[in-house]
Write a protein that binds this ligand. Structure first.
Ligand SMILES: Nc1nc2c(ncn2[C@@H]2O[C@H](COP(=O)(O)OP(=O)(O)O)[C@@H](O)[C@H]2O)c(=O)[nH]1
Ligand SMILES: [Mg+2]
Length: 278
């Protein structure tokens, strides 16, 4: 049984659910991180029908709150496509960059990686190590190099080698939020001199709950996000955060991280997701 299953089955079994029952359901919804607005919307929808139909009303409300944008990877009609991977440090950008590369390679795509987090030597080494492990080439610069110049170099190499995807890992921390957003904008613009950027993927740590939603809003204001990678769904995540993000930003969760290994990664399945909540 999913996160709210216990409460829903209690309500559907009682012809006259009490205020306390509804409060209990609302508390369970809030606990799951779907956020206060959606929680009350779900309870309202459930209360507006006979209790035996409550589950259907809840399922419908949750499902219709998900983004209806495509969850498929966007690509250029011809030539290489660039994917920017953004997010704050520690969310799993570098790991997700490697995982996504592995997934694409397993679908016979030719992939090049770029180590755009040049502010931390360890970050470059981390991506290079993944590259060696997965046998995927990584373009990198010296420590402290301008991330935009690394990205530009990688974009040119992508074109020269005719790869299908260039995936650019980026830095997640600057002195100020403004610096970080300026930097991302610059990286995107220089790549676009060479290749289309078809995806800007925000990496969010599912265990950070509603704080993740606040991060998503900041990034969404600065760059046009095309999708979310929700990481650490194997941890103590309460799960509802994917719905909260989609309901409030309309940006689809495209992939989820389910562990630290390269294969712990899969496409987000909205039906499976709703089932897991219920
Ligand atoms: N359990 C789990 N750990 C993850 C997942 N994705 C990333 N991590 C771990 O989170 C930590 C930070 O990841 P990293 O890719 O370095 O984050 P970055 O700073 O955003 O580049 C590392 O220890 C990763 O192994 C995931 O889906 N599940
Ligand atoms: Mg990193």
């Amino acid at each position: 049984m999913g996160l709210f299953g216990k409460f829903i089955s209690k309500i559907t079994r009682t012809p006259n659910a009490t205020t306390a029952d509804w409060d209990e359901l609302e508390a369970a919804l809030l606990q799951s991180d779907i956020g206060p607005e959606l929680s009350s919307k779900v309870v309202m929808a459930a209360r507006s029908v006979k209790t035996e139909s409550a589950l259907d009303a809840i399922t419908f409300t949750l499902a219709s709150s998900l983004s209806n944008r495509s969850r498929e990877i966007e690509r250029a009609s011809s030539g290489p496509s660039a994917i920017l991977v953004v997010g704050i440090n520690g969310t799993g950008k570098t790991t997700s960059t490697a995982k996504l590369a592995k997934l694409l390679v397993s679908n016979d795509e030719k992939v090049l990686l770029a180590a755009g987090d040049t502010f931390r030597a360890a970050a470059v080494d981390q991506l290079r190590t993944w590259g060696e492990r997965l046998d995927i080439e990584v373009v990198y610069g010296k420590e402290g190099a301008d991330p935009a110049s690394v990205a530009f170099d990688a974009a040119q190499q992508s074109l020269a080698r005719n790869v299908s995807f260039l995936i650019v890992d980026t830095a997640g921390r600057m002195h100020t939020k403004v610096d970080l957003m300026d930097q991302l904008g610059k990286v995107k613009r220089v790549i676009e001199k060479v290749l289309p950027v078809t995806e800007v993927l925000l990496v969010l740590d599912a265990t950070t709950g509603q704080n993740g939603l606040a991060q998503a809003r900041v990034f969404a204001e600065a760059v046009e996000l095309t999708g979310i990678i929700l990481t650490k769904t194997d941890g103590s995540a309460r799960g509802g955060i994917a719905l909260a993000i989609e309901a409030s930003l309309g940006v689809p969760v495209k992939w989820i991280g389910t562990g630290e290994g390269a294969s712990d990664f899969k496409a987000f399945d909205s039906k499976e997701y709703i089932d897991s909540l219920l």
